[in-house]
Structure formats: C-alpha cells, structure tokens
Design a protein around this ligand. Structure first.
Ligand code: ZN
Length: 508
C-alpha cells in the first residue's frame, strides 16, 4: 500500500513536471544552426510565450509539434533595407525566410504615422529610420506624403521628385530646421538617421556632417545611400564612400553603407577594401548587398539628374519599367523624369561577375532593398541560399545564415537593445525562426514576374507564432511588432508606468 502511494505520488510529480515542460511550440529534430555559438547539430527547440526557452538534444513535447527532420532551423532573417511595407510584400518576405524587415536606408517620411499604421497589421517585425530626405523636402516646402505603406501593389513614396528641394543647398537656418525635424522623428522611435545623399545632391558636405553629428549625439547610426556611383571624377563612387567614411570619422557616428554592389558597381571590391581599411583604423563602418544585377528607383528622382548616363555607364535602354517590361527611350525617359508621378524603374547597371564577388565577401551582410516591381523583394534570401551556397558553393550555409541574421542583428544593436534577442537561435532569444529545406530552397521571382514567392521555407515563426505553416502563409495572424530606436526608449523611461510597460511591450 505504501508502495502504491509512493508510485501515485511519483506519477503526480512527473505529470506536473511534464505540464511545466509543455511548450507552446516544439520544432523537432531539425538541423539547428546558430552562427554566434557555431552550433550546427540536430536539436529540439521549445518555444513558450514568444521566446526560445529550450534548445535540447532530448525530445521535447509541445502543444504543437513541427517535424523538422532533414530541414535547417535557423534564426529568422533580418532585412535592414526593405522599402515595401505593404502586406503583399510582407507575405513574399515571410516565404523568403524574413522575420524582421526594416526601412532603414531612406526611412518613412513620418515615423509616428508609419508605426501607427503597422500596429496590429503586420506579419513580421517592422521599424524605420528617421528620413533626412523627407525632413529636407518638408523644410523646403515640398513634403512627402506621410502614408508610406500603400495598398496592394502600392508604391512607397519615400523619394522626392528632383527639384529645388533636392538640388539646392540648404541655408544654415534650413539645416537647423532639418535637424529639428529629425530629432522629433528619432524621439518618435526612429532607429537611425536614414540618408539618400544621391537623392538630395544639393546637400553640401557640411550638411551631411551635421546629420552625422546628430546621429552621434543620439548614439545612433547613419544608414546611407552614398552621393554618387561610377568612376567619373569628381563625383565617383570612391569619392562618395570617402565622404561618408570621413563624416563617420569626424563625428564618431556608426555608419552603414547600403547596397555597396549598386553604389560602387565595377569598383565594389575597392569600396569594400575602403570599408575594411576604415574598420582596421577603428571606425564602425558596415555594409550590405543584394544578389541582382539591376537596381530599382524612382524615375523622377534626382538620381537621374543630368549626367546619370555617364556616371552609371548605361543608356536609356538600360532603364526598364517593371510592370510592362518597356525599355525607355530618350523621349519616354524625359516624359517620366519630368512627371510629378512617382514611377519605379529598373536600372540594369551591374554584371553577374561583380555581384558574384561581392556576396561572399566576409564584410557583406545580405539586405534586399525590396519593393514591388523588383525580384529582390521576394527572392533575395532564397537566391543567396540557392545560388551561392548550393550552386556555386562560394558561401557556406553557416556564413549565409550569419550574413542574413546575426550580422544584421549586431548592426541593429547600435540602435536598440531589442536587437540582442534577435538573429540568434539560443535559449532566451526571441522566437523568430526560419525552417527551410536547404536542398530545394530557391527564389522564383524574376524581372518579368517579380512577386513570385520563393519555395523551400516550410515554417516561419515570428515572436512565437507560426506565420508560415507547411510552406503556406497562415491567414489572419499579425504577430509583427515595432522595433523602436533608443530615442523612444529614453522617452519611455521618463514616462508614466503604464505607458512605459506598453513601450516595452511594443519594443519586443
Ligand atoms: Zn538606395
């Protein structure tokens, strides 16, 4: 009898332990890869309350168990450079393995409005920089629309039309007004100062330095599209990279140079050597690239001010409208460039040989520069895995995952402590997880069909919630949360207890 009571008690205890170890979600038996610790082995992952709570060699039990045998389980990809923030773009990003997509290059014109419009409507995590381009346009009396997301197929209007607001130098009073606006945008949660210097050619070197000073003052980085591309001096890519590295050195701000592939073109490796040199001298400079030979931008922007053909070494016919495939002529270009309507145009200015050298470079993280109209929106991450890891074998699987998750999270760490819990497949980290088939993962998007979703991502977990289940988007789940800059966090700390709690919740 005593023996029976003992067994019953033991069973009760075991049941209690079993219940305590029930996870919301278990990812079972996958090949778990974590670039920070170097883990590459078969494990079970236990997820509870949006966190990875267990990474185990033993079997775990959960309310939902996902069988990941033969699949890779990795930290969800973090895209530092995503313009298209509409739902159609988020769906193809999710199917490409992305759990966080941030608009950091240029930035949303109105940070508060952007965050408000995304709250509760986002499949994946989101955030934005404070836009120098938009602040400048507003100060010059030509403000951009605050609404940036657009509808299905919506074009994000983040670049002003070429004109006085982009081409004229600012007065000292105007520079002060631009700084004022940017301070407010950083207070609202901007993650960085976002600059597109090529889109505001009127900005003097001193104006650029002043923006870097503001970033340094806030302890935030500058993300920038540099002043110019190509080899023609003055105004070469080399000069442009020197300008921003100089501004970082002068001010102490961290610097992230976006899409070094499309800014430096034939001089990409030299530009990477410059970044390497700056880092060797102790400067905090990072960079990124996307795996395509064409870029895409707004045809009426200042990027196409006179001289663009000489700079980029291309002609009218190398500009292609994404919706129709129409190659432009001089006449058609003039018409679109002078129009007040924003139209995206594909810019074929690079070669596969250069892109193939840039992507494997150890300093290069992967970022898509995505928006509807260009295949990079849907295919960037799967393309790297298909073409460089599986195809050419020039990037290891571990390094590809590092370039897509850990490296961007380390960059994001300059902006927010929330980044430390991302880009890692470890106990205590946020449960942002991609599960994919390394043998079949492939991009399907092309310049003709840019929104074809990638194949091979079987499961995607965002903050503990499955948003891709057995290769399909789960309907009506919106676990994406805002990632906010330090300005918002500092403000929140001084605010009331209840609003502080909601800030912190929003930050996760
Ligand atoms: Zn750009």
């Amino acid at each position: 009898m005593r023996r029976l009571i003992f067994v019953l008690c033991l069973l009760g205890v075991l049941t209690a332990i079993g219940a305590a170890q029930q996870y919301d979600l278990v990812i079972e038996g996958g090949r778990v890869i974590d670039p920070e610790t170097g883990l590459d082995g078969v494990r079970d992952i236990g997820v509870r309350d949006g966190k990875i709570v267990r990474v185990s060699s033993e079997a775990l039990s959960g309310r939902r168990v996902v069988h990941a045998g033969g699949l890779v389980v990795a930290p969800g990809f973090i895209d530092l450079h995503q313009h298209g923030q509409d739902m159609a773009s988020q769906r193809v990003k999710a199917l490409d393995g992305v759990t966080t997509a941030l608009e950091l290059e240029i930035g949303a014109p109105d940070v508060a409005q952007f965050l408000k419009s995304k709250e509760g409507h986002s499949l994946i995590h989101y955030g934005t920089s404070a836009s120098h381009v938009a602040a400048r346009a507003a100060v010059f009396g030509a403000p951009l629309p605050a609404e940036v997301i657009g509808g299905e197929g919506g074009t994000p209007e983040i670049l002003p039309k070429s004109g006085p607001a982009t081409d004229q130098p600012a007065t000292p009073e105007q520079i002060e007004a631009i700084l004022q606006r940017l301070r407010a945008e950083l207070d609202a949660g901007g993650l960085a100062v976002g600059m597109g210097i090529q889109y505001t050619p009127g900005a003097t070197r001193l104006e650029v330095i002043d923006m870097f000073r503001l970033a340094a003052e806030r302890g935030l980085p500058v993300y920038t599209h540099v002043r110019s591309a190509g080899r023609v001096e003055p105004g070469s890519a080399i000069e442009s990279i020197s300008e921003v590295i100089g501004a970082a050195a002068i001010t102490g701000a961290s610097l992230h140079i976006v899409h070094i592939n499309s800014s430096c073109l034939r001089d990409s490796l030299e530009c990477l050597a410059m970044v390497e040199g700056a880092r060797a001298r102790g400067l905090d400079v990072t960079t990124e690239a996307y795996p395509y030979i064409a870029g895409m931008t707004s045809v009426n922007s200042a990027l196409f001010n006179p001289g663009w053909r000489e700079k980029l070494g291309i002609d009218y016919g190398d500009l292609v409208l994404p919706d129709s495939g129409e190659h432009l002529t001089k006449q058609r270009f003039d018409e679109l460039h002078n129009s007040n309507t924003t139209r995206w145009v594909l810019v074929f200015a690079n070669t596969p040989e250069i892109v193939d050298k840039v992507i494997p470079h150890p300093l290069v993280m992967i970022a898509s520069d995505g928006a509807e109209g260009h295949p990079r929106n849907a295919g960037t991450y799967s393309r790297v895995l298909a073409q460089y890891v599986r195809g050419k074998g020039t990037v290891t699987l571990m390094d590809a995952i590092r370039k897509m998750s850990l490296m961007p999270s380390e960059m994001l760490d300059r902006s927010t402590p929330a980044a430390r819990l991302k880009g890692r497949l470890q106990e205590g980290a946020d449960a942002d997880i991609v599960v994919f088939d390394a043998a079949t993962i492939s991009d399907r998007s092309t310049f003709e069909k840019p929104m074809e979703p990638s194949v091979g991502v079987r499961y995607l977990v965002v903050g503990g919630t499955l948003v891709v289940d057995e290769g399909k988007i789960v309907p009506d789940v919106f676990p994406g949360r805002a990632i906010l800059g330090r300005g918002k966090l500092v403000l929140a700390r001084g605010a009331s207890e209840s609003s502080r709690a909601s800030e912190e919740a929003g930050d996760r």
